[in-house]
Design a protein around this ligand. Structure first.
Ligand code: PLP
Length: 358
């Protein structure tokens, strides 16, 4: 079976973990600092603060940005639940807006329509590794005096007009979960151009302390350990090669798949293919997934239930493109461990199942 995702853990990661364990210092320390410095290469000019998950990165970022009870933040519903969750955890209200159909990211027109007097910000998700339409979202945010908070959990190294995601908003949040484009085991990174915000995230992750036992604000323990940072540092050095491999795999799939809608890329965008997501228009998606699995090709559906319809939210709002995407998408393997014969098998299987009318 070709797996839908396959984290790559090599000798470098194993050596790095051992080095930290043998140092006897395993909590947040020098490895975390070094990881933060090195991660800044990925988001030019940003200050980076490591935390224990992508969810924490969003959550701490929002609190540091001053988002609080009574505020509304516009988010997509077609994303992982952590996006909306982080807004709710900050005490604010996530307002779910529809996506545009090509890139599955927030539709600027829908965002504009969702603004109320309580709206303080917009949280686009660079879904599947394709940047959201930051040009239009920035125009709207500036015209209405709103902030932008980027959920870049799936988009390490993605670019729009040559600018890296994570550097467009008040802050960006990356996930380092094992299935993401790079991992630290569990982990997250806040990126920001605002030193005050960075300092507040540093306080929030550590019980509000900069100086020990002189807590300045009420905070959390969302620190990253040096063990995890060491894994992340080793992965970061391999990310560019892995991204190039994902892009080459996607190109092969683009050129050879038949009978399905392959993912378009905006002219000014660099897609990093966290997922390679096709649409099965009018097809029987679940049957398609089952038949692919029978042929030994793993796939995933991200996400079958829009966030606003989850039992945790159950919000009554009509989001037609979100509903259509949730019914039609399938993500095929695109990860860097695929071999040429894996790619050929994926193409053969998808084309066979798609033309059989599944
Ligand atoms: C993975 C993910 C998150 C959360 O990251 P964790 O590290 O799992 O907490 C948030 N948003 C999106 C879009 C994600 O894919």
């Amino acid at each position: 079976m070709i797996p839908a995702a396959a984290p790559i853990i090599g000798q470098e990661e194993q050596d790095a973990v051992l080095r930290v364990l043998q140092s006897g210092m395993i909590a947040q320390g020098p490895e975390v600092s070094a990881f933060e410095t090195e991660f800044a290469d990925l988001v030019a000019g940003a200050e980076c603060v490591a935390v224990n998950s992508g969810t924490s990165a969003l959550h701490m970022g929002l609190i540091a940005a001053g988002v609080q009870a009574g505020d509304e933040v516009i988010v997509p519903s077609f994303t992982f639940a952590a996006t909306g969750n982080s807004v709710a955890l900050a005490g604010a209200t996530p307002v779910f807006a529809d996506i545009e159909p090509d890139y599955f990211c927030l539709d600027p027109g829908a965002v504009e329509a969702a603004i109320t007097e309580r709206t303080v910000g917009i949280m686009p998700v660079h879904l599947y590794g394709h940047p959201a339409n930051m040009t239009e979202l920035r125009r709207i945010a500036d015209a209405r005096g709103l902030a932008i908070y980027e959920d870049a959990a799936q988009a390490h190294g993605a670019e729009l007009d040559g600018k890296r995601v994570g550097s467009f908003g008040t802050f960006g949040a990356f996930s380092l979960y094992p299935t993401k484009n790079m991992t630290s085991g569990e982990g997250g990174m806040v990126t920001t151009g605002d030193p005050q915000l960075a300092r507040m995230v540093r306080l929030l992750r550590n019980q509000g302390m900069e100086k020990r036992y002189e807590n300045e604000v009420v905070g959390f323990n969302t620190r990253m350990t040096d063990v995890h940072a060491a894994i992340g540092r080793a992965q970061l050095r391999k990310l560019a090669d892995w991204t190039a491999k994902r892009q080459a795999n996607a190109k092969f799939l683009d050129e050879n798949l038949r009978g399905v809608v392959v993912p378009p890329v905006a002219d000014n965008a660099t897609h990093v293919y966290h997922q390679y997501t096709i649409r099965l228009v009018g097809g029987q998606r679940d049957e398609f997934v089952r038949q692919l699995a029978d042929k030994g090709v793993g796939s995933g559906v991200y996400y079958p239930i829009p966030t606003h319809q989850l039992p945790s939210f159950e919000i009554d709002v009509d989001l037609p493109e979100t509903a259509r995407a949730a019914a039609e998408v399938v993500s095929l393997p695109v990860h860097p461990s695929l071999t040429q014969s894996d790619l050929e098998k994926i193409v053969e299987s998808v084309n066979a199942v798609a033309t059989a009318g599944a």
